[in-house]
Every structure is written in structure tokens, then in C-alpha cells.
Design a protein around this ligand. Structure first.
Ligand code: ADP
Ligand code: MG
Length: 322
């Protein structure tokens, strides 16, 4: 902790943030992140506490969620450092302020939930890796016997392990739509063979490293999605969030049972609540969440952080990069 960072290690206590308002040019508001231009070649990615279910953003934010997503990404990237070139420059508030002094008056909005990153040209294919068959992959297999168009062995059960893990890319959906799974052949057509193979190789390598770490902590990393971008030097680098509960399915090992769907470590209280509301058709506008559901979800995010890193978020000091 440096003298310029009196707040370092004081996390997860601030008010919830639904939508940020910072004195920088706003580039986009995604489902979760508000992305700002932060000077030449730089972006500030602010992870809000917005939470979505069934691809719909819910009215109530979950306090602490944005911080958990950002700090988990930084934690993974510091572990992968050296093997995987990535976009993260800093998550340390004092360092961010040095680079982007305009942010001095709005610190409570962005600190601990924001990443200062290298701006890239994102590759327009999402790099999904599946180590277990679930979700849209299970649906496709159950009806067609394939995953991303490739035939899989017969007789697989829901949530069964896939060995080796499968690279199953998707194209990014427009707002309100679901991502669309595509074949590797289609990926080659969109991006060219060299880039498609490089994305496959890199994605499988990160997934494999991540799995090893997560398994040691009793977490099954069932599947995950990576994004890559091309930096101004033409280098392909890992971008966006990395191995978080929003971009991945984390299953607690102790509850894993093949042949059925698995409870989600993070969003289960919200899903259960929404499933219990019979007159919501899973389309906007979404219903309000009662406070106990919001609190239960917050506890889940904090628990994931604790389990993965072995540290309380409130006393966690983020890694430095550079
Ligand atoms: N280093 C980067 N350069 C450019 N764009 C990035 C970078 N890292 C992440 N992004 C983009 O920022 C957005 C993050 O916002 P998010 O709320 O996660 O959006 P989404 O709803 O599309 O998932 C994504 O569109 C992602 O592709
Ligand atoms: Mg995203």
C-alpha cells in the first residue's frame, strides 16, 4: 500500500453503483461496464454493480459486484502475467489518478471497480472454452448430437466433463439478443485461418491454467468466455474481464453431480427468485428484486472472491502491473 493510496485495502464497503457519470468521453455502456476514453490509447473500464439475468439488466444493483469482477480479473492477470499479453495497465487508484487526473473529484464512483487498459480493436468473435457440457451447448447436443456443429460422442449426460475441453466460439449478439454459437470453420471464414487457430490455442491455454488453479480451491470452471483485441502495434492481446463469475460458470465442487443442471455460485438466488415469478416472460421490463435477494447475491460474489483468492475483499490489496 503506497502513501498515495490511503484507500487501498478498504474494499466492498462503498455504495452500490448502477450507472457511472465521469468527466471523460463515454465510449459505451454495456450490460455491466461503462467504458470511457481516458487519453490517447487508453480506456477506463468501470464495472458497475448492474446484474443481468436471462440477458436482461435488473433494476437493483448488487453492491460489491463490480469490485469483485474487476479485482478477480486483476488477480488472474497477475498470475498469468508473462505467459499472456493483456490489456490491463492498472487497477490501483493512485496510479490511475496519475495517468488520468480528471478523475480526482469522482473517486468514490470508480475506485476499486475500474481498470485502466490499453485500447484495442476487439476481435469480433467471442472465444468460449467448454470443459463441461451445459447451457446452450447442452441444448445443442441434446437436440442435434453436436457442439458448435461438430459431432460429439453419443451418450453424454448433462454437466458431464468434456476431455479435452472444446473451443466453441460465438459471435457477439446485438443488445437484447443471445450470442450465437458458430463452428470453427465459420470462425476461419470470418477471421482467417491463422487468427482463428491462434485464438483457439491461446484460449485453451488460459482455460487450462485457470482450471488448475480453480480446482485446487474446490471450484469447477465449467466454461468461460475470453475476448481478444489487436493493439496499435498489431499485437493480439487478451482484453475485457477474465475468468470472472460473469464470464464463466463457476460450480462448487461439493455440489457437482452429473446428469442435471448445476446451481450457480453467484446468481442462483436471483434466478430462483425470478423463476418463482410466473408472470414475467424474461423480456424487459424486468421485475424489482427484494433486498434479501440482492443481499444473498452480494454474499455469493464476496464468497467467490474469498474462495478463489483466499483473501477477504475488504482487506485485499490489488496487484501492480507494468
Ligand atoms: N482493451 C479493450 N479495448 C477495446 N474494447 C474493450 C477492451 N476490453 C474490453 N472491451 C470491450 O468493452 C466492453 C465491456 O463492456 P461490457 O459491459 O462487458 O459489455 P457487454 O455487455 O458487451 O459484455 C465489451 O464490448 C468489450 O468488447
Ligand atoms: Mg462483457
Amino acid at each position: 500500500m503506497s502513501a498515495s493510496d490511503p484507500q487501498a485495502g478498504q474494499g466492498a464497503g462503498g455504495p452500490a453503483l448502477h450507472t457511472s457519470d465521469l468527466p471523460l468521453p463515454l465510449l459505451s455502456r454495456g450490460k455491466v461496464r461503462d467504458v470511457y476514453e481516458a487519453g490517447p490509447g487508453l480506456l477506463l473500464m468501470v464495472a458497475s454493480d448492474r446484474v443481468s439475468a436471462f440477458d436482461v439488466v435488473l433494476p437493483q444493483p448488487v453492491p460489491g459486484k463490480g469490485e469483485v469482477l474487476t479485482q478477480i480479473t486483476a488477480w488472474w492477470l497477475s498470475r498469468l502475467q508473462g505467459d499472456q499479453p493483456h490489456h490491463l495497465i492498472s487497477v490501483t487508484p493512485g496510479e490511475i489518478l496519475e495517468r488520468v487526473p480528471e478523475l480526482a473529484g469522482t473517486r468514490e464512483q470508480w475506485e476499486r471497480r475500474s481498470m485502466l487498459v490499453k485500447r484495442t480493436e476487439p476481435v469480433l468473435v467471442e472465444c468460449v472454452v467448454r470443459g463441461y457440457i451445459t447451457g446452450s451447448a447442452w441444448k445443442e447436443y441434446r437436440t442435434q448430437g453436436t457442439l458448435a456443429g461438430e459431432t460429439l460422442p453419443e451418450g453424454l449426460q448433462e454437466s458431464q466433463r468434456l476431455d479435452p475441453p472444446i473451443f466453441s466460439p460465438a459471435t457477439k449478439a446485438q443488445q437484447g439478443e443471445h450470442d450465437e454459437n458458430i463452428t470453427f470453420q465459420r470462425t476461419v471464414e470470418i477471421l482467417g485461418s491463422d487468427l482463428a487457430h491462434e485464438l483457439q490455442r491461446r484460449s485453451l491455454a488460459i482455460y487450462s491454467a485457470g482450471t488448475e488453479t480453480a480446482e485446487a480451491r474446490g471450484i469447477i470452471l465449467a466454461d468461460t468466455k475470453f475476448e481478444f483485441g489487436v493493439d496499435p502495434h498489431g499485437e493480439l492481446i487478451l482484453i475485457d474481464e477474465v475468468l470472472t463469475p460473469d464470464s464463466s460458470r463457476f460450480w462448487p465442487r461439493e455440489h457437482y453431480q452429473v446428469g442435471r443442471g448445476q446451481p450457480s455460485l453467484d446468481k442462483q438466488p436471483i434466478r430462483d427468485y425470478l423463476d418463482g415469478i410466473s408472470d414475467w416472460n424474461k423480456k424487459p421490463p424486468p421485475p424489482d428484486l427484494p433486498d434479501e435477494v440482492v443481499q444473498a447475491s452480494r454474499e455469493r460474489y464476496l464468497e467467490i472472491f474469498r474462495r478463489l483468492t483466499g483473501t477477504e475483499l475488504a482487506s485485499y490489496v490489488p496487484p501492480r502491473f507494468g
